[in-house]
Design a protein around this ligand. Structure first.
Ligand code: SF4
Ligand code: SF4
Length: 400
């Protein structure tokens, strides 16, 4: 089948590109030294798809072209500036979907498909086993076998999970109750942070329950596995909408989860339930802002002076200002606001073939930085921490 036959309406929107280059001016991977080649830019990706649709590229699904598409990590910075209204990262995701149909699944994508399952399994194994994976030999193995850079932060489970322990943290009396959606990271990789959060909220008579759920599907979305994404979306929506009908809202504590539940699920399912669920999602930064502005949080800040990183998704989700207000209201003083992309792009920056670009972007972000840095996302935080010598924390963890 041809690319035109394999792409859906969204993918075909590449044809609207007028080649103005506005997207290049905001695209992180178009602003690094290797983007001197036009094909490595945001505009270049749209032009390549256009040309492929016109039949000017004979090998539409060769490895090289797929790698050029992989330079997009879905930060969404470009969608706001494209005068043709092209959902650029969605076009790339649709190309990846077409690639799977025509050629198959590549190694890195296999990992994305199984990330949730791996995290659940690894959360059950004794710590020495994950310790081996963290060792020099383990890192070498992961680089050889899966292409994960030996220098990149590794999202390996700390051990245990949230499910059992959350039941023990319930306020004796509660005034609000949320259905909690911690996603894979805070449920299986770093449950200790989610438990500290539950403890903090419990002191404010806020109770968290953990309805049946699976991962948010962010990696399925990024890599264009739309069939599997629809299944995951259906599972989560069917379960969470029950809680919404009972009067609860859904609390998320990662940008990926907020993005998926608020913006992606309604598009994937196109049902009233998905829309109602989206309207009832509360991001943890919004809840913390409410708590600190109502004066119900102890006023002592964890740290006096901080720099806030306005990450790609905090910009897209409109949360940067809310995070800044929450920090100020808690007594922290904002030294600086940095809006450059850190280069992590979810898990994009952990791969060896992209590590240099990820580090170049991060170097730019932390240039001249002093003291604490607060960022919205846990993956941004871990990546920045691998480059920057100062302390880095994700925004809700700053409060717990
Ligand atoms: S989504 Fe981000 S990385 Fe992808 S083309 Fe747009 S700006 Fe570039
Ligand atoms: S901003 Fe839109 S129209 Fe302009 S080059 Fe980028 S994709 Fe094409």
């Amino acid at each position: 089948m041809s690319l035109r036959e394999l792409l859906d309406e969204e993918g075909l929107m590449a044809e609207r590109c007028v080649r103005c280059g506005f997207c290049n001016s905001v695209c992180p991977t178009s602003l690094v030294s290797s983007a001197y080649k036009p094909s490595r830019t945001s505009r270049g990706r749209m032009v390549l798809i256009q040309s492929a649709l016109e039949g000017a590229i004979p090998e539409v699904f060769d490895e090289e072209l797929a790698e050029l598409m992989d330079l997009c990590f879905g930060c969404n910075r470009c969608v706001k500036v494209c005068p043709a209204g092209i959902p650029i990262p969605d076009v790339v995701r649709r190309y990846r979907e077409a690639y799977h149909s025509a050629v198959g699944v590549r190694g890195e994508e296999m990992l994305a498909l199984r990330y949730h399952r791996y995290a659940v399994t690894l959360s059950k194994v004794p710590r020495p086993v994950t310790g081996v994976l963290r060792s020099k030999i383990g890192r070498l193995f992961l680089e050889r076998a899966f292409g994960i850079s030996r220098d990149a932060p590794l999202p390996l489970p700390e051990g245990g999970n949230l499910d059992d322990k959350l039941r023990d943290i319930r306020p004796p009396r509660w005034t609000r109750r949320f259905a909690f959606f911690p996603d894979t990271f805070y449920r299986y990789v770093k449950p200790s942070a989610a438990l500290r959060l539950a403890d903090l909220l419990s002191r404010h008579q806020i109770s968290l329950s953990l309805p049946p759920q699976t991962d948010s599907g962010i990696l399925l979305y990024e890599y264009g596995f739309y069939d599997r994404l629809r299944e995951v979306t259906r599972i989560n929506v069917l379960s969470l909408i029950e809680r919404v009908r009972e009067g609860e809202q859904v609390l998320t504590c990662s940008p990926a989860a907020t993005l998926m539940l608020r913006f992606v699920y309604p598009r994937v399912l196109a049902t009233r339930e998905a829309e109602v669920l989206a309207e009832n999602v509360v991001d943890i930064n919004e809840l913390l802002l409410e708590l600190v502005e109502s004066g119900s949080r102890p006023p002592e800040p964890q740290v006096g002076e901080v720099t806030l990183h306005s990450s790609c998704l905090s910009q897209f989700l409109g949360l940067t200002e809310k995070i800044a207000r929450a920090l100020r209201a808690s007594g922290a003083s904002l030294r600086d606001l940095r809006s450059d992309c850190c280069g992590m792009g979810g898990v994009w920056g952990i791969y060896a073939k992209r590590r240099a670009v990820a580090v170049e972007l991060c170097d730019r972000l932390v240039s001249g930085l002093r003291g604490h840095l607060v960022t919205y996302s846990e993956t941004c935080a871990s990546h920045i921490q691998s480059v920057y010598a100062g302390p880095v924390v994700s925004s809700f963890e700053f409060f717990v």
